[in-house]
Design a binder for this molecule. Structure first.
Ligand SMILES: [Zn+2]
Length: 417
């Protein structure tokens, strides 16, 4: 259908997390407990005592027997070494007993707010959800500067191999700019990188930008989260979810009214655009409203994800000059979830035919990325999703809003200039 392309731009990546996940044991190919335990056992034998065994990309839902191994099964493979294994979407994790202890959990620990410790007759099973998983992750030592550098180099090499020459990092920590500058000055930086820094750290990083900016390294703007995600039913929706969380019929706005306008004004005053994470149509509209109200003079304001867009808001992107930075590849794993969560409204998910027809020019106002490492960064995945609106293994009738499909050329152009 399409051939290998080069000179691509990955418009939504997380370089530190990608690099770190590449250093972890990848369990994506496992399809059972025993395969997972075998791989972890081999890794445990190579891991020095006292160090964590970190694993990623478990996709239990895809197994014939979709249940997680228990902490006792992990313990048998790891001995005293702490071990944790993330689900592919980073919303769940299984942990062994030393790992639970390192995070301060015991047999009777209560669930932390916005988290779950799954239990059976022997106490915690080792499976943790949301904030409980994050509490374990917080107990894992942060990579040191040398490890970070290794991670960043690995992430850049990985993206380079996929044909990318430009990458936008959408939650850059303060150390990333200076580290990239060092890599660049040694002649080792082969990609151009644009950095988007969380809004509460933005001023501080902006003041240092002159020190780390190079031809290939640029501070791009400030990142803000306006809502949650469809998978967790925390995206901010105009209409209720079919299957909402109790008390959150339309998901969750992460900002108070007025806050977004203040942020638009603040970053515009510094001469930078905002990159706003907005997944639900309510969040997308709130960002457009704030930009319309403040009429920023800076170009490049963008909405990250923009997964659900109300029909009357599509043309507003063009009128206001707002970039839609989307990740069609997520459709491949999320089609079922989206249909379940949104019902009829699933037809408003990534209405790219309408967007292009309304004047969102591919590569200028409509950009493709992947959100790697949440999913893989292979550009072919987004091409498949944008053109076919379904996975390769699905029938045509299962496609999501196939009338929103765009052409192969249009889809590739979203990865270009
Ligand atoms: Zn992201």
């Amino acid at each position: 259908m399409s051939h290998k392309q080069t000179n691509l731009r990955e418009a939504h990546a997380h370089l530190p997390q990608l690099g770190r996940s590449m250093s972890m044991l990848d369990l994506s190919a496992c399809s059972s407990h025993s395969e997972m335990i075998d791989l972890i056992h081999t890794r445990a034998e190579q891991t020095p005592l006292g160090q964590w065994i970190l694993c990623s990309s478990v996709r239990v839902e895809a197994w014939d027997e979709p249940s997680w191994p228990t902490r006792q099964q992990l313990d048998a493979a790891t001995g005293d070494k702490p071990c944790c294994a993330w689900s592919f979407d980073y919303h769940a994790m299984v942990v062994n007993t030393p790992g639970l202890e390192a995070a301060g959990f015991n047999e009777v620990s209560p669930d932390p707010p916005r988290g779950r410790i799954m239990r059976d007759e022997h106490g915690p099973t080792g499976l943790l959800l949301e904030s409980a998983a994050l509490q374990v992750w917080a107990a894992v030592p942060e990579p040191d500067p040398a490890q970070r550098r290794t991670h960043i180099l690995a992430a850049l090499a990985h993206l380079g191999k996929l044909g990318y020459t430009q990458v936008h990092d959408l939650k850059s920590p303060a150390w990333l700019g200076p580290m990239l500058a060092e890599i660049c000055d040694e002649g080792l930086l082969e990609l151009s990188v644009e950095l988007f820094v969380l809004i509460n750290e933005f001023k501080e990083v902006q003041e240092q930008a002159r020190g780390f900016e190079r031809d290939q390294i640029r501070l791009g703007g400030a990142k803000v989260f306006v809502d949650g995600t469809l998978n967790s039913r925390t995206a901010w929706m105009l209409e209720p979810f079919v299957d909402p969380i109790a008390g959150l019929a339309c998901g969750q706005a992460m900002l108070e009214p007025g806050e977004l306008e203040n942020m638009v004004e603040m970053v515009d005053g510094l001469g930078y655009p905002l990159a706003a994470h907005a997944i639900g149509d309510g969040a997308v509209r709130a960002v457009l409203d704030a930009i319309q109200a403040k009429q920023p003079g800076t170009r490049g304001f963008r909405i990250e994800h923009a997964e659900v867009i109300a029909e009357q808001d599509v043309a507003r992107f063009v009128e206001l000059g707002v970039i839609a930075s989307v990740q069609p590849c997520h459709l491949l794993t999320d089609i079922e979830v989206v249909k379940r969560a949104l019902g009829e409204r699933a037809s408003r998910v990534l209405p790219m035919r309408e967007m292009i027809d309304a004047g969102l020019t591919p590569g200028e106002l409509l950009l493709f990325g992947s959100d790697v490492p949440i999913v893989g960064a292979d550009p072919e995945d987004s091409i498949q999703a944008a053109v076919q609106r379904r996975r390769v293994d699905m029938g045509e009738a299962e496609a999501l809003a196939p009338d929103q499909s765009i052409s192969v050329d249009e889809a590739w152009a979203c990865f270009g200039e």
